[in-house]
Design a protein around this ligand. Structure first.
Ligand code: ADP
Ligand code: MG
Ligand code: MG
Length: 888
């Protein structure tokens, strides 16, 4: 027969200490604390297996459970010397839910269970404190009615308010025994009225009611929603903890409190917490009275009037401090603790690893390793890479005042203040003039890249978390608030209206990409820094990781940022971004709209020196590190002119007419540009484009090698290859350019030619393609689009539903679809290596900065991941954690 009940406390332990799967987090830790000799009120845990069995049997408890629970109660009675339901000296218990991980949506705790009209008198007699007994009884009725009977708690609170008003007092503590007694009578009437039955007087009915309510709450809607949002399996089930009550509400030598063994917000090694004298349970967090500080230092720092626990109860405080240290040493992590003091005696009621900010997580991990409590590798494993995001962008000074206009989506973290600008050209101009700019658009398109780059932050009225603005901003590390629907933007007039107010071009606004808040005026920010504990932990991470971390970067600023964050090369330099530059776009347009090779070459002549200087600058910054440069990739229409003036400008440059250009632009129209004339198809049809780019790369490489001595290692990448032949043709063009340049300059440079794998065909035929290319870079953005047949730009409309319905586990553009796209990658890696054992394998695209995707890259044995500059530290840490996990 399955054992469902596990006892703890009073020197008894049924095992399962620390087994969270079986006992839930709370129960496992209660048993463990008891077993290491800490003062824990005795109790028992009904295991999570019971929850599963209960649902399997259609909401029925097996008969064996009755016996087991009776034994559990007998255990508590034995240790406490009190009897459940005994009118003379009653045992009271709390009934607490507890899943494997703490889960909102589960039933709240019921305290003081076992009180009824008789036992309350016994409690009063034994304690010699009538007020305490009746206070406990009214608390019990209130809680039980709320969480088990699910009656509206408003009525109870109202009755309490009236009682205080009638007496002319404000605090619960000002009510005496008679007041509470009268309130109990009123509460019971409320129950009869609302529930149509009297409040249960049989203590066993009370107990089973509460146990049933805990298991019932596992299937409550709010618990289900929480599980879905947090990937918690429904089969886990919850445990129920039944535990002897201890009382913090027995006068001035009693108290209740919550504490962290270290500061959860800054990470300092200082006890951190609050307590309340003569109070019970959640009073501290409920805000009924202002809690007092635990330590004198904290009280002094806050200038608080009320005494700290260190001062008010020095002995118990000393005991508590001893327990804090003991628990930290035992669990080897910062603990979040609940305790109660009953007439001078300390009782521990809960411990668990404490939640903390990213900053605190770093400090605590590094400190604990330095203290010798954990190893450096454990420190590396402790910090959530995704949480580092909080530290990598300027953030709003938490002390500054905010004038919030509206709220949009928190699309890209970080905060920025600047003047409102409503178009990208102006944004670039203003930024060049040294102004901080917030680019405000209804939505953004590829043409806004330069404006987005120039801006300190981006705000859009339309578009979701995967809109162009959001994706590009995240890639660039620019704060972004997208989809702020309340904004009404008139870009022509240079004004935006919101909440009855007007923001004109040039007015200062602030956005917070972490919360989605849009504010009027300037709010001070604090700059990020990879220093101190952050730098230390990164150093430890680098010692354990196998995967190299590169960056996706194409501007000098991004390259520098990435290097500061520890990038070991460039994994993706997108050359088209250089083409959007205001000074070049006319030449680019002239090239695209040219009717023949001659026309194209004339335009390319103009672009060559520009590209060469771009690459030279990047090579210099990257100082001999490998740089993967992708030749022109996007559909040409992205560059086409729109306005009459733009056409005229190109016409002048090309020596032709606007009509000719318009006709040519119409010819270039594509129905599905993502699958159209782009990628290496451009190079195959217009080899002179790739020829120019390759030449620019080699000329720059030779130039930098001569100048600095650190010869760059260009890795020239051909995009959107599906067949070996495409790569062969394009490699020939690149090799020829190399030969020419090397001959002209009298100097050779080491370089590689490889391809992106971003089409399923390329992945399947990787064995053959590897014959022509020295490296593969998995372009997982497009590979996801082409494998799933889902357009990233149009997915927003159905993606949420798809994730909600469990069709996709996560947004496949954020976290790699390991099962599908991942299989293609693994297959391509294997086939590529078979042909060419030393083939270099990497991943570029958004997934390169996603910890779960990085773990996949580790197990697949790729050589490097490439992430946007601001995600480089995240990738370093995630790669280290993946390596640690793979070792096990
Ligand atoms: P939660 O998971 O919401 O923290 P808990 O079960 O920990 O719920 O309990 C809520 C409050 O009741 C906490 O302050 C806890 O310390 C207190 N509490 C729970 N059981 C007892 C008990 N046996 N004696 C005294 N206080 C208790
Ligand atoms: Mg708790
Ligand atoms: Mg691509």
């Amino acid at each position: 027969m399955t054992q469902y009940v596990y006892r703890f406390g009073g020197g008894v332990s049924d095992g399962g200490n620390g087994n969270k799967n079986l006992l839930g987090g709370k129960g496992a830790n209660l048993a463990e604390m008891a077993s290491i000799g800490l003062p824990v009120p005795p109790g028992f845990t009904i295991s999570t297996e019971m929850c599963t069995a209960y649902y399997d049997q259609g909401g029925q408890f097996p008969d064996s459970l009755r016996t087991e629970v009776a034994n559990g109660i007998a255990h508590i009675e034995g240790v406490t010397g009190k009897t459940f339901g005994n009118p003379a000296d009653p045992l009271l218990v709390s009934v607490r839910s507890g899943a494997r991980i703490s889960m909102p949506g589960m039933m709240d705790t019921v305290l003081n269970l076992g009180l009824n009209d008789q036992t309350v008198e016994g409690l009063a007699a034994v304690s010699g404190d009538e007020r305490f007994a009746w206070d406990s009884y009214r608390r019990f009725i209130q809680m039980y009615s709320d969480v088990v009977l699910e009656l509206d708690h408003g009525a109870f609170e109202e009755a309490l308010e009236i009682a205080k008003e009638d007496k002319g007092v404000h605090l619960d503590t000002d009510l005496d025994a008679a007041d509470w007694k009268a309130l109990v009578a009123r509460y019971k009437k409320i129950v009869e009225r609302e529930w149509n039955k009297p409040f249960p007087q049989d203590v066993h009915d009370q107990l089973w009611g509460a146990i049933g309510a805990v298991f019932g709450s596992w299937q409550a809607d709010r618990a289900k929603v929480y599980r879905r949002l947090n990937d918690i399996p429904h089969t886990w089930g919850t445990a129920v903890n039944v535990q002897a009550m201890v009382f913090g509400n027995m006068g001035d030598t009693s108290a209740t409190g919550v504490a962290f063994t270290r500061d959860p917000s800054k990470g300092d090694r200082a006890y951190y917490g609050e307590f309340l004298i003569n109070a019970q349970g959640e009073d501290v967090v409920a805000g009924i009275r202002t809690p007092q500080y635990l330590t004198k230092a904290a009280r002094d720092a806050a200038g608080a009037k009320a005494a700290s626990m260190e001062e008010a109860m020095p002995e118990v405080y000393g005991e508590l401090a001893r327990v804090f240290d003991l628990l930290e040493n035992h669990y080897r992590d910062m603990q979040d603790i609940e305790f109660t003091v009953q007439q001078g005696k300390l009782w521990m009621l809960q411990t668990r690893s404490g939640k903390r900010t990213a900053k605190a997580a770093l400090k605590i991990a590094v400190d604990m390793a330095n203290e010798g409590l954990i190893t450096e590798e454990e420190a590396v494993a402790r910090v959530d890479p995704a949480a580092l995001d909080q530290l990598l962008h300027p953030t709003l000074d938490p002390k500054a005042a905010r004038d919030v206009l509206t709220k949009g989506l928190p699309a890209s973290p970080g905060a920025a203040s600047g003047i409102a600008v409503f178009d990208s050209d102006t944004a670039e101009k203003k930024a060049e003039a040294g102004e901080a700019v917030i680019l405000i658009r209804v939505e953004t398109s590829p043409e806004d890249i330069h404006g987005m780059h120039a801006a300190k932050g981006i705000l859009t009225a339309r578009g979701g978390m995967t809109s162009h603005a959001a994706v590009v901003a995240r890639g660039m590390g620019r704060p972004c608030v997208s989809g702020a629907g309340a904004l009404s933007i008139d870009a022509k007039a240079g004004v935006m209206k919101v909440a009855g107010r007007e923001i004109r071009a040039g007015d200062i606004v602030t956005i917070d990409g972490a919360t989605g808040e849009v504010m009027a005026g300037k709010v001070d920010t604090v700059q990020p820094e990879l220093a101190g504990d952050f730098a230390t932990l990164m150093g430890w991470a680098d010692k354990v990781r196998r995967l190299k971390v590169r960056t996706n970067a194409e501007t000098p600023l991004d390259c520098r940022t990435a290097r500061e964050f520890g990038a070991e090369g460039i994994g993706l330099c997108r050359t088209e971004h250089m083409f959007f530059d205001a000074a070049r776009i006319t030449a680019v347009r002239q090239m695209i709209l040219a009717e023949d090779v001659g026309g194209r070459k004339a335009a390319l002549e103009k672009l060559l020196p520009e590209q060469r200087s771009d690459f030279a600058e990047i090579f210099e910054i990257m100082a001999g590190l490998p740089c993967t440069i992708r030749l022109l990739d996007p559909p040409l229409h992205e560059f086409l002119p729109h306005e009459e003036a733009e056409f005229a400008e190109v016409a002048t440059a090309a020596g032709t007419t606007v009509e000719v250009l318009r006709r040519r632009a119409a010819e270039l129209h594509e129905f599905n540009p993502m699958l159209g004339h782009r990628g290496c198809r451009l190079g195959v049809t217009y080899p002179e484009i790739y020829e120019m780019q390759a030449r620019a790369i080699f000329e720059a490489a030779v130039e930098v090698a001569e100048k600095s001595g650190a010869a760059p290692i260009p890795e020239i990448m051909i995009p959107l290859v599906g067949t070996k032949r495409e790569l062969e043709l394009m490699k020939a063009v690149v090799d020829q350019a190399a030969k020419d340049v090397f001959a002209e300059k009298g100097r050779e440079i080491e370089y590689l030619v490889g391809t992106m794998i971003e089409l399923p065909r390329a992945a399947l035929k990787a064995g053959e393609i590897a014959e022509a290319g020295a490296f593969f870079s998995f372009g997982t953005n497009d590979l996801t689009q082409t494998t799933l047949g889902v357009s990233r730009d149009d997915a927003a409309r159905f993606l949420t539903t798809y994730v909600e319905k469990g069709i996709y586990a996560k947004d496949p553009f954020v976290s790699l679809d390991v099962e599908g796209v991942g299989e293609l990658i693994a297959l391509a890696a294997e086939r590529g290596r078979k042909t060419r054992p030393d083939i270099k394998l990497g991943i570029c695209g958004e997934h390169g900065g996603d910890p779960a995707s990085i773990a996949f890259c580790e197990t697949t044995g790729l050589d490097y991941v490439s992430a946007s500059p601001y995600r480089v530290p995240i990738a370093r840490l995630a790669a280290a954690q993946a390596a640690l996990k793979a070792r096990k």
